[in-house]
Design a protein around this ligand. Structure first.
Ligand SMILES: O=C(O)[C@H](O)[C@@H](O)[C@H](O)[C@H](O)COP(=O)(O)O
Length: 247
């Protein structure tokens, strides 16, 4: 497993470079196996990379990409806070995805109604159904944003969701970042991904970036607990990299 840390002059160069590498990685997986899988995330950079891919997605065959979410906000279908809706607007409405391969988390007015635990269990069932012999797929790529306190997906410091070792998907009802109700993949599932990429910009993220690079306890800094089985890549701007020892 390799860890790479790449530092860019500005946010747009960061997301455009990650988007080109996304296209290469997914294209290579499709050439090898005919299909590929990716986990999307929310946040400004998680959506900006999708907009960059909408402009240029290289040789990706979108019809054979399985698309999952690392977390989503448990709000109604049309709520602009929904990561799924933001991903549709930025990318999925503009490329020829196969609707059967797009796997959003349920909204609060979806098939499970307002029952967030049932919605989380429903997503665990979706993962299981696509997992082959395991409990969740071994994704080709899991994208992650990161908060200043080190959260990834909806895994916040010192929470049961971050400590979860058995379940693949859990409900979060008191997220410190609004909105409070969310569904999230857990660390064991993130860590079945071949590639885990962090897209992180801004001075407020520098301490969390440094903690993860120093091998901090994931209970304190959830970002420190996420690794790909083949590669972990940090796409940073100078501000986010500013607390690293060799910055
Ligand atoms: O649903 C969410 O809120 C996101 O999944 C979240 O984990 C996000 O990626 C980070 O908060 C970073 O957000 P920024 O890229 O906007 O800093």
């Amino acid at each position: 497993m390799t860890t790479e840390t790449l530092v860019f002059d500005d946010k747009q160069t960061l997301v455009d470079t990650a988007a080109r590498r996304f296209a290469d990685l997914i294209g290579a997986a499709q050439r090898a196996r005919g299909v590929a899988s990716v986990v999307l995330t929310g946040g400004s950079n998680g959506i900006a990379i999708l907009a960059s891919l909408a402009a240029d997605s290289g040789d990706i065959d979108w019809s054979t990409v399985d698309i999952y979410w690392g977390d989503d906000r448990f709000v109604p279908t049309d709520d602009p806070e929904r990561n799924y809706g933001q991903a549709r607007n930025a990318l999925l409405d503009h490329v020829p995805v196969d609707p059967a391969r797009v796997h959003p988390m349920a909204p609060s007015d979806g098939e499970f109604g307002d029952d967030i635990d049932a919605a989380a269990a429903g997503y665990a069932a979706t993962l299981l159904a696509n997992a082959g012999a395991d409990v969740s797929p071994h994704f080709d790529l899991h994208l992650l944003g990161m908060g200043g306190e080190g959260h990834i997906n909806s895994l916040f410091p010192h929470t049961a969701a971050t400590a979860e070792a058995q379940k693949t998907v859990v409900a979060v009802e008191d997220s410190p970042k609004p909105p409070p109700r969310r569904i999230t993949l857990t660390l064991p599932v993130v860590n079945r991904s071949k590639a885990v990429w962090f897209l992180v910009a801004g001075e407020d993220k520098a301490q969390a970036v440094a903690a993860a690079h120093a091998g901090a306890d994931p209970a304190d800094w959830p970002c420190a607990g996420a690794h790909g089985t083949e590669e972990t890549v940090w796409f940073l701007d100078h501000a986010a990299a500013s607390a690293l020892p060799d910055a």
